[in-house]
Design a protein around this ligand. Structure first.
Ligand SMILES: [Cu+2]
Length: 426
């Protein structure tokens, strides 16, 4: 019966419905920047040094600046940056076939970003120095770049030698589970974690030509991972709504591109599902590519087949913004427990609220510790993220009220969690 209905439907669909992007023949895995060895970083340094000599950093910085107003403040933000990072990665792979952009899970460093292992001498380097705030160390230490004019790569942390806090994993987990359309999720991510990290690093990182700093690609790989987690939590991973490049967003929108960074005319619909079309990668801490393109048999977004059915990783791995899979079970168990005393948390974490209790792994406390005041690492309160600056809001043309609303929401959730029994495992 089912296959008969599918055939009837296929005949009825007009030829204007675009074909699904084809399945990738080869895939690679993007790893967490926190897990890379000194040797991994040396290989990255080798690739990017060659890319700089070939002028690619100048091209990507120039393209990002030229396209800036089209690819921020609209839903285009997601497909553009997904395609942009992938293009950079593909060029790197011509130099080293194993090259993959690591993602920087910035929630792991959110309360004291400057102490991140990703910002050390052998990694991305630390703060800039001297009157020009030139970056002295790391894989781009001492670099000169050509766009917008000849200058040293600059870093200028937004709180002297430290940085204002970013966004905790729990807030991201809530967006992943509760935002029921992509437009809202984009606002939460773009006005929150995305901006906070750019602003924290400062220097080139907080300009329109931020791709000069390698951090850009690692940060956007992480933003892309969060979008993929969100897609895996939705009944329709192809959901694409809100403002687009020109009017209402559509999967037929051409992803903004130019002569500097040319995507061959790819449309947003080409990059929606990892493992299909040009996006031949997955993440080590996120669900794998689905074995079939979602809803291949149907153009109907209410079709339950549109959801990503993933067998290779349990669905709960997509509930958290954190890549720390050991913390994940604790995050889930503790939020579920906190829901007993604060019912409103169910709205923030509907995925966890709906979980069958057999899926919740409660860590067993040794008998001697029960009732003891000694609980191991003292519980830390979650801290509020730094707000977006006026400079940043104006540069993007964001609606300041909307940004403020998102900010207050994030702080409210943090206060709720801090006032509940919840203790962050991260
Ligand atoms: Cu951007």
């Amino acid at each position: 019966m089912r296959s008969f209905a599918a055939i009837a439907l296929l005949l009825a669909i007009p030829a204007t419905i675009a074909q699904n992007p084809g399945k990738c023949s080869g895939m690679h895995v993007r790893r967490s920047a926190h897990d890379l060895s000194p040797d991994d970083w040396r290989r990255i340094e080798h690739v990017i040094s060659q890319m700089r000599r070939d002028g690619h950093f100048d091209r990507f910085a120039r393209a990002h600046q030229a396209l800036f107003n089209f690819v921020h403040g609209s839903t285009t933000f997601f497909p553009f940056h997904r395609r942009f990072v992938q293009e950079f990665e593909d060029i790197g792979r011509k130099i080293d076939p194993d090259f993959a952009i690591p993602y920087w899970d910035t929630t792991l460093d959110y309360d004291d970003p400057a102490s991140s292992p990703v910002l050390r001498d052998g990694t991305l380097g630390g703060n800039g120095q001297g009157p020009d705030r030139c970056l002295p160390n790391g894989v781009q230490g001492g670099w000169e770049l050509g766009f917008p004019e000849r200058h040293c790569l600059r870093r200028d942390f937004n709180n002297g030698d430290s940085m204002e806090p970013w966004v905790p994993a729990e807030v991201i987990s809530s967006y992943i589970q509760s935002d029921d359309n992509l437009s809202l999720f984009r606002e939460h991510i773009e006005y929150g974690i995305h901006g906070a990290v750019h602003l924290g690093l400062g220097g080139d990182a907080s300009t329109r030509y931020a791709p000069n700093d390698l951090f850009f690609f690692m940060h956007h790989a992480n933003i892309d991972r969060l979008w993929w987690l969100w897609q895996n939590n939705q009944h329709d991973p192809l959901d694409y709504n809100g403002p687009g490049t020109d009017g209402e967003a559509s999967l037929h929108d051409t992803i903004p591109q130019n002569d500097d960074v040319d995507f061959g005319g790819d449309q947003a619909g080409a990059v929606m599902v990892l493992g299909y079309g040009p996006v031949c990668y997955t993440y080590d801490s996120a669900p794998d590519a689905p074995s079939e393109y979602p809803g291949s048999n149907s153009g109907d977004s209410n079709d339950p087949n549109r959801a990503i059915h993933n067998n290779t990783m349990s669905h709960i791995s997509a509930f958290s913004g954190s890549s720390n899979t050991h913390g994940l079970d604790l995050e889930i168990a503790r939020i579920r427990l906190a829901m007993n005393s604060d019912l409103s948390l169910k709205n923030y974490f509907p995925g966890i609220a709906a979980l069958d209790s057999s899926r919740i792994i409660t860590p067993v406390m040794p008998a001697y510790q029960q009732g003891s005041k000694c609980k191991g690492r003292p519980a830390k309160k979650l801290v509020h993220p730094a707000p977006m600056t006026n400079m940043w809001i104006n540069m993007h043309g964001f609606d300041p009220e909307r940004v403020g609303q998102m900010y207050d929401e994030a702080c409210n959730l943090i206060d709720r969690l801090n006032n509940s029994t919840y203790v962050s495992p991260y």
